[in-house]
Design a protein around this ligand. Structure first.
Ligand code: SF4
Length: 142
């Protein structure tokens, strides 16, 4: 869940994520992995298997586990270098894909929530996300 969420929020090509799972997990059999990665977790099939994009901000991860207490990042901070990256990456994702969110009744509320934020906060979200994604190491062994 966390790996797919992170991949979606950092605008990673679903096929690259699929390949990464193949390389990283010895039990990543194609018949299980393809529908799970391209369907369920990345929404790359356009919604055949899942009814909404599989994304969340840091608060959801915080509620589901206890990793945040010892993390370098601050779960309560929304933007900036110490803020939990899932927070601003999530809202950046919603903003970037607002047309798809607006069409889906299960998540259309999120674009309205983003629009309620001040222009300064919106810009800080975009800036933090752009910086984080630009500095992400990319690439796999071919
Ligand atoms: S604060 Fe750290 S552990 Fe918690 S969701 Fe953010 S990055 Fe993950």
């Amino acid at each position: 869940m966390v790996l797919s969420n992170f991949s979606n929020l950092t605008l990673t090509n679903p096929l690259e994520l699929n390949r990464w799972f193949w390389l990283a997990y010895v039990d990543a059999y194609e018949w299980v992995e393809l529908p799970n990665v391209l369907g369920m977790s990345t929404y790359a099939d356009g919604g055949i298997l899942a009814s909404k994009p599989y994304v969340s901000g840091g608060n959801y991860i915080h509620k589901m586990g206890n990793y945040c207490q010892n993390c370098h990042y601050q779960i309560k901070e929304k933007t900036g270098d110490r803020a939990c990256p899932f927070n601003y990456l999530y809202w950046n994702f919603v903003d970037r894909h607002r047309d798809a969110f607006d069409e889906n009744g299960r998540v259309s509320l999120m674009t309205r929530k983003f629009d309620e934020k001040s222009p300064t906060e919106q810009q800080a979200i975009r800036d933090s996300a752009e910086r984080f994604i630009a500095n992400l190491p990319r690439g796999l062994a071919k």
